[in-house]
Design a protein around this ligand. Sequence first.
Ligand code: NAD
Ligand code: UDP
Length: 330
Amino acid sequence: MSLTRKRVMVTGGAGFLGSHLCERLLRDGNDVLCVDNYFTGRKDNIARLIGDPHFEAMRHDITFPLYVEVDEIYNMACPASPVHYQYDPVQTTKTSVIGAINMLGLAKRIGAKILQASTSEVYGDPTIHPQTEDYRGNVNPLGPRACYDEGKRCAETLFFDYHRQHRTRIKVARIFNTYGPRMHPNDGRVVSNFIVQALQGEDITLYGDGSQTRAFCYVDDLVEGLMRLMATEDVETGPMNLGNPHEITVRELAERVVRLTGAGSALVQRELPADDPVQRCPDIGMAKRVLGWGPTIALEDGLARTVEYFRGMMAERAAALATREGVHAT
Ligand code: NAD
Ligand code: UDP
């Protein structure tokens, strides 16, 4: 690695957000080390980066110690969709908690700056609206979402204890719902689910009556926010909300996806999962003030780009299937 380039490690770098971050970091002239165990990440997400002399991918599970030399660490590793993080809840907590201990220990040893991908889920099912960083949250510690929510809360505690006890340079970003190309088609998150369902002409599944709200941030905006937070002075530790404060109901999102795709899908209701937050929307006053940051990509545009991505992916899969069937027929 060159001495003039910053050496940046991204854990979870083969995931949805991590792969966009790796790409952007490379574009900005950094050396990038992507660390991932491919639990929910995919090699396809980083395929275009392989071969770049400033990019390196390492298979590693962050619940085990790691010894590398880097200047900055973005700790993004953790399954993020409810379906994925509830698949193996014990491993989810281990990734958040033991993973944080390992990455903080590394940052402390080598003097690196470290950013934690925390989440709006630390607010649980919030009782204040929109959520500000000083709100302490309303999390059910026993429910099915707790492995993720409490794991991330404990990770925040560890970040601030390392900061107080060891002067580790930390940044904690509380990320709100983010969407865009490279979301996993089967991860059950609302944007990917609705788009895939619409493109396949299937019913769109509203959990509950669809009156719950979320606010969706396009991935490029989020990556910009993360990088600006990392670049702040050491006193700016966060926690800092990053997200798009444009709040809509899940039903409205479904209607938009149907309109955008031109699908004939019907909206059908399914059972609302336990502890599903009723209302969620970030107050991004702190990010605006400290980073001069705010989202720039409107939901309509971001959704259109995401629809294009899934259309392309499904066309590729159909073509691969047709080729395989053709081979078998001959
Ligand atoms: P993702 O599932 O696409 O990416 C997570 C990545 O971490 C995957 O590549 C996965 O293989 C990897 N990983 C999981 N456990 C690991 C382990 N033990 N060791 C090494 N790698 C491991 O999810 P995402 O949406 O890209 O989320 C990235 C981060 O951002 C997560 O920490 C998540 O909690 C946080 N976040 C995301 C959102 C969002 O809306 N996307 C919202 C809030 C917070
Ligand atoms: N949701 C839905 N239908 C789906 C998937 C999700 O109605 O097919 C709802 C889900 O119940 C939640 C919201 O959409 O209220 C956002 O869900 P997601 O899993 O994307 O993220 P969350 O914000 O809940 O972590």
